[in-house]
Design a protein around this ligand. Structure first.
Ligand code: CP
Ligand code: NVA
Length: 300
């Protein structure tokens, strides 16, 4: 029997496997990896893109998605995360989980006889990063050699983006204020893949010559108590506006995982402007999810 593969962070795949997932993402109907089977999608936090892209990816692979709110099963209250996982695996060929605490999805994967996919935790958002890299590939043909600049909060999205960029051979540079520095261990994790990664505090320095300018909200789900402190730290220099975009390469694209707070981390002119690829990026969530599931479930 083949060992069960889980996807809790992008580097659960090696660089060749990430390439295979991106290849599979390009083909809408080649695989029926979930024919006649189910996938449980467990959400402790709200979602628009992740729930819909995952449900439709499962349908496209011939399967049946069952979305569940965290409160419905009561993770570690009504029942332990481990027993919920063992139960869901009785009915489903794969399990997706969006959790507050990354340790919960790790505990699920540790006992699961079927693949567990992290649909966002406080530490990682690998499905997003795969769609992001796919969007960069569509824009430039090659990911290798691209400079990807992330401006703003070092969070789940930036960590997975940096790791995915490293695996795909892109340069990653992240600008954030003092007190909100990208973790040194994460930087080393990216550097391990051989790609260049850099932390700066000046957004202009990060964006200089970049092919991709990326940002995300300053206050992630679960961080609401820190909102005013974070607004103070980010709001003077870390908004992506047209002037900052002007420092990027002339053909640079703007990306945002969404949902956005227009006027805070990005101006409406950039978010909805000619360089923005946010809707293509959102659509790519579905293609990347389908590619990943086909890969994990051993398709075609
Ligand atoms: N980008 C993303 O994960 O969006 P949702 O939170 O709406 O799923
Ligand atoms: N960093 C954001 C991403 C939402 C898709 C959050 O965790 O809320």
């Amino acid at each position: 029997m083949k060992p069960v593969r889980h996807l809790l962070e992008v580097d659960d795949l090696n660089s060749g496997e990430l390439g295979q997932v991106l290849e599979l993402s390009a083909y809408p109907a080649l695989s029926r990896a979930l024919e006649g089977q189910g996938m449980a999608l467990l959400f402790e936090k709200p979602s628009a893109r992740t729930r819909h892209s995952m449900e439709m990816a499962v349908v496209q692979l011939g399967g049946h998605p069952v979305s569940i709110a965290g409160a419905e099963v009561g993770i570690d209250e009504r029942e332990s995360a481990e027993d919920i996982t063992r139960t869901l695996a009785c009915y489903h060929a794969a399990i997706g989980a969006r959790v507050f605490d990354h340790a919960v999805v790790e505990r699920m994967a540790a006992v699961s006889p079927v693949p567990v996919v992290n649909m966002l935790s406080d530490q990682a958002h690998p499905l997003q990063a795969m769609a992001d890299i796919l969007t960069v590939k569509q824009a430039f043909g090659e990911i290798s050699g691209c400079r990807i600049a992330y401006v703003g909060d070092p969070n789940n999205v930036s960590r997975s983006l940096g790791i995915a960029a490293g695996l795909a051979g892109a340069e990653f540079v992240i600008a954030s204020p003092a007190g909100y520095r990208f973790d040194e261990a994460d930087l080393n994790r990216i550097a391990n893949s051989g790609a260049a990664a850099q932390v700066v505090d000046d957004p202009v320095r990060a964006v200089d010559g970049a092919h991709v300018v990326y940002t995300d909200v300053w206050v992630s789900m679960g961080q609401e108590a820190e909102a005013s402190e974070k607004m103070d730290a980010f709001s003077d220099r870390y908004t992506v506006d047209e002037q900052l975009m002007g420092r990027a390469a002339p053909d640079a694209i703007f990306l945002h995982c969404l949902p956005a707070r227009p006027g805070l981390e990005v101006t409406p002119e950039v978010l909805y402007g000619p360089q923005s690829r946010i809707w293509q990026q959102a659509e790519n969530r579905m293609h990347a999810a389908r590619g990943l599931l086909a890969f994990l479930l051993g398709a075609p």
